[in-house]
Ligand binder design. Structure first.
Ligand SMILES: O=c1ccn([C@@H]2O[C@H](COP(=O)(O)OP(=O)(O)O[C@H]3O[C@H](CO)[C@@H](O)[C@H](O)[C@H]3O)[C@@H](O)[C@H]2O)c(=O)[nH]1
Length: 466
């Protein structure tokens, strides 16, 4: 009988999508040995129409051998207006712990559960109650992972919150370039919050997992990967846990094509633009801006004279406010889209020459896989840290959008940076570097490539029951 691998994402669509890719990977290589069950939390952070359509797409494209298990709905629980999304996510996760325990206990009566691979931090306790080998799946990069490994050490060095020392430079973080305290992951800036405690707890537990699976590849982030492996991030540990970088895991190009019956307008529009001429702007699922900021972006884009494909997210109740006559004047130059777009297809389209991104890690990986240089405009979560790493000389796949202290970006800045990205020698150098990194991304999964080797070691250890 096949042994079971259980995948347990956080209650967020983007993490479910990443774990589907992991499930497909395991089944593609090892379907004779393992069955894979993906647990779908019934309530997600982003219970929106796009979430539903993505989840529908997922169920249409997953292989039959990937079993979905939906957790019961937590219908009595609703998002309090005052609760920030991360706090909400942790609440959902804690409420689901019992459901997870119940499912795994039942599964254990009929099959061998070879491992639980989870994003939610508290799943480690469920696994240990049931004696199931536990792996964290860390959905962002090795750089922010190395920071979380080091957080307990930092915590003990000072009693201050990072937000109190926001202009101080931390230049001793293992594997990382110097960072301002304000550039650290946003949920841990204030140590008086419950979220900070949750992350500290997560950080302290990282070493208790049998391994940590990260969606990156060795040649993209060699320094933080080495710093973790060398034990620099958790100096008190005898043996650091094994980190398996098995990326890039991104949504397959084919999957989208199979489900999209009608070619989206934006792809048809791209077909008619010159090679590498279009700058693509998209800020993830939640990247919303104030009306004033929208105006500045629009003005900056128009002034840059570059062709653009701009994906705009709006609150259901808001109208899109653009400068008078903007759409008419830019009719031949740009397209503004408010719907969900097939980002992977867009980034790999011949006409796209640059990407203005919020630095969400999936977007970054998708850009890397398409060889498209980035203009980094982080908004929240660990995105500021991601920007520092992306623009650093070592990696240099992006240039930075410079914002004011309160996060505002002027139209002049948008104009200047977009033009530089698309037209200057600096932009061309970035493009060349990005193309080289694309080749390294592909190589990571070729014969002898680092991600294939790491993945094989991981799955072999399961087969040997170790
Ligand atoms: O119209 C759209 C908008 C987005 N996407 C896709 O949605 C995903 C967005 O993922 P990501 O770029 O990682 O952004 P977030 O959803 O904001 O990601 C959250 O999760 C990431 C991984 O943990 C973190 O790096 C981010 O900071 C955090 O905001 C990507 O696959 C995009 O291709 C589309 O396909 N169409």
């Amino acid at each position: 009988m096949k042994e079971m691998i259980v995948l347990y994402p956080a209650p967020s669509t983007v993490h479910i999508v990443a774990m589907v890719e992991l499930g497909k990977l395991i089944l593609h290589h090892h379907h004779h040995h393992f069955s894979v069950t993906l647990i779908i939390p019934s309530d997600t952070l982003d219970n929106t129409t796009s979430t539903t359509s993505i989840l529908n797409q997922i169920s249409q494209t997953i292989p039959n051998s990937l079993t979905l298990h939906h957790l019961p709905s937590l219908s009595s629980f609703s998002l309090s207006k005052n609760m920030d999304p991360t706090t909400f996510a942790f609440q959902l996760i804690h409420l689901n712990d019992q459901n997870l325990l119940h499912f795994l206990s039942l599964s254990k009566t009929t099959t061998v559960v070879r491992s639980l691979i989870a994003i939610p931090p508290s799943a480690i306790h469920v696994a240990s109650q049931l004696n199931i080998p536990f792996y964290y799946f860390y959905p962002s990069n090795a750089s922010s992972l190395s920071f979380f490994f080091y957080l307990p050490t930092l915590h003990n060095q000072t009693s201050k919150s990072f937000k109190e020392i926001s202009n101080s430079t931390l230049d001793h973080l293992p594997g990382l370039p110097p960072l301002l305290a304000s550039q650290l992951p946003e949920p841990i800036l204030n140590r008086d919050t419950q979220i900070y405690k949750e992350f500290l707890h997560f950080s302290g537990n990282l070493s208790k997992a049998k391994g940590i699976i990260v969606n990156t590849f060795d040649s993209l982030e060699p320094k933080p990967i080495k710093a973790i492996a060398d034990g620099l991030c958790a100096p008190d540990l005898q043996t650091p846990p094994r980190v398996y970088s098995i990326g890039p895991l991104i949504k397959g190009f084919d999957d989208d094509n199979r489900t999209v019956d009608i070619k989206p307008e934006c792809l048809t529009w791209l077909d008619h633009q010159p090679s590498r001429s279009v700058v693509y702007l998209c800020f993830g699922r939640k990247g919303k801006f104030s009306a004033t900021q929208f105006m500045e972006i629009a003005t900056g884009l128009e002034m840059s004279g570059q062709r653009f494909l701009w994906v705009v997210r709006l609150d259901p109740s808001s109208d899109l406010l653009l400068p008078d006559g903007f759409l008419d004047r830019t009719e031949d130059m740009g397209l503004v889209v408010t719907s969900w777009v097939p980002q992977v297809d867009i980034l790999s389209h011949e006409s796209v020459g640059g990407f203005v991104t919020h630095c969400g890690w999936n977007s970054v990986l998708e850009s890397v896989c398409a060889g498209v240089p980035m203009l980094a405009w982080p908004l929240y979560a660990e995105q500021k840290l991601n920007r520092v790493v992306l623009v650093e000389e070592e990696m240099k796949l992006a240039m930075a959008m410079e914002e004011s202290e309160d996060g505002f970006v002027s139209s002049a800045e948008v104009e200047k940076r977009v033009r530089t990205l698309m037209e200057s020698d600096e932009g061309r150098a970035l493009r060349e570097k990005s193309w080289k990194m694309r080749e390294k991304a592909l190589a990571a999964w070729e014969q002898g490539g680092s991600s294939l080797v790491n993945f094989t070691e991981l799955t072999e250890s399961w087969k040997q029951g170790s």
